[in-house]
Design a binder for this molecule. Structure first.
Ligand SMILES: Nc1ncnc2c1ncn2[C@@H]1O[C@H](COP(=O)(O)OP(=O)(O)OP(=O)(O)O)[C@@H](O)[C@H]1O
Ligand SMILES: O=c1ccn([C@@H]2O[C@H](COP(=O)(O)O)[C@@H](O)[C@H]2O)c(=O)[nH]1
Length: 236
């Protein structure tokens, strides 16, 4: 039986590239859809936020001379593209989803309200929250904590390409060691950069636990939902 009734799943835009250098890898996308279907079949209510790093990030744009606010808006639109792709992939495996957008852009998606999100979840649909918070200078990690808190999720699952939180970035430091559990304060005090500090602070203040795990290994999402101790649990 599933350990969690309602979850907020954060998917990395960058992971969606798979082996590619840019954009969406169809194989990775369909693996994600299959994994999500598996936990949906267990009766778990699922809200999803997907990043945009496979397409555009405002901060990188600003370093190349783009206006930061316009760059962030481009980044938010990138998350809408990924959300539509995920919704389409879920449809292909027979799972209904609703794309909700933080900025108005009907008919591409419905303008987000908490109540539409809850209605979708209670109807057994997956709610995909796109365009982040709708504001520049934020990230989809913060968008995830915000939506996770709003929908009263039991946990925020940060599915990424590393298998947890380490003493240093494991992609850069091969001697880094993994935490099984860690407090929000330790993440802050040790300056660990697995997700942005605004997101971590919001989860801490609102008591929303976070599990960071490797979403790119098929089967891991179900393990996390069943309470298997893979990844790193962040708590108060
Ligand atoms: N201490 C740490 N422990 C684990 N990962 C870390 C740490 N410090 C930095 N990282 C990095 O954090 C990244 C988190 O990956 P993720 O793809 O989720 O980032 P993201 O910026 O949210 O992606 P996107 O914007 O594309 O959604 C990993 O690439 C990992 O290398
Ligand atoms: O609330 C938000 C969320 C995101 N952005 C912009 O989108 C890109 C992509 O999001 P990632 O979290 O980096 O995947 C981000 O770099 C920002 O430019 C935003 O402005 N506001």
């Amino acid at each position: 039986m599933a350990k969690y009734k309602r979850v907020l799943l954060k998917l990395s835009g960058e992971s969606l590239m798979g082996e590619k250098q840019y954009g969406i890898d169809e194989k990775r996308l369909s693996e994600y859809a299959e994994q999500i279907k598996e936990i949906h079949n267990l009766g778990v209510e699922i809200g999803i936020v997907i990043g945009g790093g496979n397409i555009f990030r405002g901060l990188s744009g600003a370093q190349k001379g783009f206006d930061r606010v316009k760059g962030d808006q481009m980044g938010m639109l990138a998350t809408v593209i990924n959300s539509l792709a995920l919704s389409s992939a879920l449809g292909s495996v027979g799972v209904k989803s609703r794309v909700l957008t933080a900025v108005r852009m009907e008919p591409i998606g419905e303008f987000y309200t908490k109540w539409k999100a809850i209605e979708a979840l209670e109807n057994g649909e997956i709610a995909i929250f796109s365009a982040g918070t709708g504001n520049p200078f934020f990230t989809t990690d913060t968008g995830s904590s915000l939506r996770g808190i709003e929908i009263e999720a039991d946990v925020m699952l940060k599915g990424t390409r590393v298998d947890g939180i380490y003493t240093a970035d494991p992609e850069k430091d091969p001697t880094a060691t993994k935490f099984a559990t860690i407090t929000y304060d330790e993440v802050y005090n040790k300056g660990l950069k697995v997700m942005d500090l605004t997101a971590t602070a919001m989860c801490k203040e609102n008591n929303l636990p976070i599990i960071v795990f490797d979403m790119d290994t098929v089967g891991n999402l179900k393990k996390v939902i069943n309470g298997e101790p893979i990844g790193t649990l962040v708590h108060n």
